[in-house]
Design a protein around this ligand. Structure first.
Ligand SMILES: [Zn+2]
Length: 428
């Protein structure tokens, strides 16, 4: 339902987490007109707000908490989140089917409270087409920022999406080409990953290539998000001055995990945002544990559970130490990938709390920090007058218990109310 300018909508929540203060505030109200937040202030003053002929509408959520809509910095809308690998989806599906899946995934995301997200890699023109569909209103979903196909070396991670580029000149040209098509940010596979022709434990690009593409992106006011599955790639990404490091896993070239103090110190001293993607591993382990309670796991599943448990422990210990050292974490689920379907970015936010962020800090990592990392904090990410009215109301107080984030009472995108997952389900 588009929000018209003739209505002044006053929202009275039990608590407000505005994204600026250190804690939830009681007795606050906000006013929304058109697509923007018009006013934020004490509920006692809402009554006397000048509506200048506009119709007034009051929305009461006495047991609810109002906060900025969630912002997931790391998703893959083309992917099903059903355990199929990228390579399988490349072989099994056409671009048309993948694009239809994106439409379904974006609808699920916004119904769960995500009002902005980054698509960090989709096939060919799919990401750009999705954006066009959203802008036309033929697809329902959050604001979606897209990278298009990630830059990757020949045969590198995600090569099948169509973004292979080697050498300084080619990566510069590819960045220009993506920006021409409508890329909002640049994603680069700075190490290999699950793609069988790539090596997750080696830096994929030379520092000169990473530096050139970062310079090119920054010159066009685009942030660079670098996928890094090993310590060498993290250091190369730091040398190049990227804006965010995805996964940020401390693996040596031989595939062994080792906490690297020197790299940790560099990360803490830098301004770079780190996206741990710990929720992805958690989702995987929960699925296998549930399966195990129903039936005997196959030897392959047992092995995967064991491997995932070890890497999850390493990851939690690593990010707990990094948080103590003072790094900046940002929330990104990587949903669509592995067994992480769309609709529970909350799981990733909770994993950041497990690594040592307070509940409020974890909420900020899933609202304002992604906006800061993408350079759009002036228009979204907090509940402040003048910003887009991208809002989430949840039942209970998530500053005391983050689980409340999953109990969604209302979602607003650009001032317009969007049906929640629960409301959709009740329609059958
Ligand atoms: Zn990813």
């Amino acid at each position: 339902m588009p929000q018209d300018n003739n209505t002044l909508r006053i929202i009275l929540p039990g608590r407000l987490i505005d994204g600026v203060g250190e804690k939830a505030q009681e007795g606050m109200a906000i006013a929304v007109q058109g697509s923007a937040i018009k006013w934020v202030g004490p509920a006692s003053e809402a009554e006397s707000l000048e509506s200048k002929g506009a119709q007034r509408e009051i929305l009461n959520f006495p047991s609810g908490t109002l906060l900025a809509g969630l912002f997931d910095i790391h998703t893959h809308t083309n992917m099903p989140g059903d355990g199929r690998t990228g390579e399988q989806v490349n072989l099994d599906d056409s671009d048309e089917v993948r694009l239809l899946r994106s439409a379904r995934n974006t609808a699920m995301a916004v119904a769960s409270g995500v009002t902005t997200m980054c698509d960090c890699g989709s096939w060919n023109r799919n990401g750009f087409a999705l954006k066009e569909g959203l802008a036309e209103g033929v697809v329902e979903g959050p604001r979606v920022l897209v990278s298009g196909p990630p830059l990757t070396v020949t045969g590198g991670h995600l090569w099948y999406m169509g973004g292979e580029a080697d050498g300084v000149d080619a990566v510069r040209k590819q960045v220009r080409n993506l920006v021409k098509q409508g890329a909002d940010f640049i994603k680069v596979a700075a190490s290999g990953g699950s793609t069988s022709t790539s090596d997750p434990y080696r830096a994929a690009y030379a520092v000169a290539e990473l530096t050139a593409l970062t310079e090119e992106a920054h010159n066009r006011n685009r942030s660079v998000l670098a996928h890094c599955r090993c310590t060498d790639a993290i250091n190369a990404a730091l040398d190049a001055g990227v804006d965010a490091i995805l996964h940020c896993a401390f693996y040596d070239n031989d595939g062994s995990y080792r906490f690297d103090q020197k790299t940790a110190d560099r990360l803490a001293a830098s301004e770079v945002w780190l996206n741990p993607t710990m929720g992805l591993g958690n989702a995987n382990r929960v699925r296998l544990a549930n399966l195990k309670s129903e039936r005997k796991l196959t030897p392959d599943e047992e092995e995967r559970l064991e491997r995932s448990t070890v890497s999850g422990e390493n990851s939690l210990a690593q990010f707990s130490a990094l948080v103590k050292a003072g790094v900046k974490l940002v929330g990104g689920s990587d949903c669509g990938w592995s067994y992480y379907p769309f609709g529970d970015f909350q799981g990733e936010i909770m994993s950041l709390h497990a690594a040592g962020l307070s509940p409020i800090q974890a909420i900020y990592a899933g609202t304002r920090s992604p906006a800061a990392a993408l350079g759009i904090l002036e228009s979204i990410g907090t509940v402040e007058a003048g910003k887009e009215a991208d809002l989430l109301v949840v039942n209970g107080d998530p500053s005391l218990d983050l689980e409340c984030l999953r109990d969604v009472a209302a979602v607003f995108k650009g001032g317009a109310r969007v049906p929640t997952a629960k409301e959709r389900a009740s329609l059958g």
